[in-house]
Ligand binder design. Structure first.
Ligand SMILES: [Ca+2]
Length: 445
């Protein structure tokens, strides 16, 4: 028989076990905040010797780990974003290029695909996306169908920063599955919602995707007039360089506010903040020493500023030239959440979690890029070597250690390396699907 005293003792024991488990759970499963800038170039930030002053991102780098050879999986938005969700090359999913908001466009990331937000939600993470999605416009493509519990933002590639109309004049601001207008400059709205979400979920693990519109066009700072929608008025645009500077400054301030709230809530030791960009720069942003910009398969199209911040786990003030890529986020996030990549979902990415913790360089398999468009350029990286094959099948080889700007084609001087890498690149192309999205895209124009 169990008497009252034994029962009380057992209750205390169970209660203690519950609290111990709860505590261990929160320490083992860190919060993850992914801040994804849009079209931010390698030469924009002051911590990358860039042309603009970005004190908050600089602070993030001083307190965290700065990557000098980190890449977006593509040189335009949608394919990079798809690869972050799936951990594999977007070409397998028919997403070679960006998804146009033309009415009736049914292209998108298949919601039946394995994506990480649903997997981490299943193991106790609160999940939210604030900002840009750009992975499909059909109701089935809504972010809520991929494991996000909260979505406030826009589906297309870019909206007016004030009125939230897309480039074809469609209204594009959503609360979950509902279109709903909200007053405010896009960067500010995304930031405020992110800060509130962090405060509301401080007591359990969360994944927050801060998918900024900044610094994509339209060129609009917080004080510039509305350009799209029923309230747009003719206006004389300000100097583009100055507007761009304001847009980048707002993005930088946003990063500062997110780091600050994490610290205020004493969450910094169990929160990874990862900052990167979905592709290289647009006309007013800079690629720094790199050749090419957005759309290009040269380094400038996809080598992007990237900082990882996790006090006491990631060594402060470190810089690495480890070759890594945005699709690595998928297995990294799953590992942090303590849930495996499903066995029936082969991926091309690797988890960076060990690297965050010990920063010992690891061997990286080759990486590949293909631009869908009028020029089907392709590229690959293998260590310090970059191979580019243009649409006429001309082969270029660059030694990035000696020539980061890809100015001197050394293919003829290295025939064996060129030939081997070319074979690897063509074999990769054989594996991935053809330019499905681009062909569909052309049909819709
Ligand atoms: Ca982009």
């Amino acid at each position: 028989m169990i008497n009252k005293r034994t029962l009380s003792f057992l209750s205390c024991l169970l209660l203690s076990a519950f609290f111990l488990t709860t505590k261990a759970y929160s320490v083992e499963k860190p919060n993850i905040i992914l801040i994804l800038a849009d079209d931010l170039g390698y030469g924009d930030l002051s911590c990358y010797d860039g042309v603009h002053s970005t004190p908050h991102l600089d602070r993030m780098a001083v307190e965290g780990l700065r990557f000098t050879d980190f890449h977006s999986t593509a040189s335009v938005c949608s394919p990079t974003r798809a690869s972050i969700m799936t951990g594999r090359y977007p070409h397998y999913d028919g997403l070679d290029t960006y998804i146009s908001p033309v009415p009736g466009n049914t292209i998108g990331l298949d919601p039946e695909n394995v994506t990480f937000p649903g997997l981490i939600k299943d193991v106790g993470y609160k999940t939210a996306l604030f900002g840009k999605w750009h992975l499909g416009y059909e109701p089935k493509h809504n972010p809520l169908n991929y494991g996000f519990e909260i979505f406030h933002g826009f589906l297309s590639g870019h909206v007016d920063y004030h009125s939230h109309y897309d480039r074809l004049g469609g209204f594009d601001w959503w609360h979950g599955r509902e279109q709903k207008q909200e007053e405010g400059y896009t960067t500010h709205l995304i930031t405020d919602k992110s800060v509130d979400f962090i405060k509301e979920n401080a007591d359990h693990p969360f994944f927050l995707m801060v998918a900024h519109e900044g610094v994509h066009f339209p060129l609009q700072g917080p004080t510039d007039p509305i350009q799209r929608g029923p309230d747009a008025k003719p206006h004389k645009p300000r100097n583009g360089k100055l507007v761009y500077k304001d847009m980048l400054q707002e993005l930088d301030i946003s990063v500062g506010k997110i780091m600050d709230v994490v610290k205020e809530l004493n969450l910094e030791r169990r929160t990874l903040i990862f900052f990167t960009s979905d592709n290289g720069p647009m006309p007013f942003s800079k690629a720094g020493p790199l050749k090419g910009k957005k759309h290009s398969v040269y380094e400038g199209g996809h080598r992007v500023p990237t900082i990882a911040w996790w006090p006491e786990t990631i060594k402060a003030g470190s810089v690495t030239d480890q070759l890594a890529i945005t699709m690595d986020l998928m297995p990294s996030i799953l590992e942090l959440a303590g849930t495996p990549v499903p066995e029936d979902h082969p991926i091309d990415a690797v988890s960076l979690v060990d690297f965050f913790k010990n920063q010992e360089p690891f061997d990286r398999q080759s990486l590949f890029w293909r631009r869908a468009g009028k020029q089907a350029d392709r590229a690959m990286r293998e260590g310090q070597w970059s191979l580019v094959i243009d649409k006429t099948d001309r082969v270029e080889l660059y030694d990035l250690k000696a020539d980061i700007g890809q100015q001197k084609n050394v293919a003829e001087m290295n025939p064996e390396r060129s030939s081997t890498m070319k074979k690897e690149l063509l074999a990769w192309e054989d594996k991935v699907k053809p330019y499905l999205n681009y062909l569909n895209y052309l049909k819709k124009q």
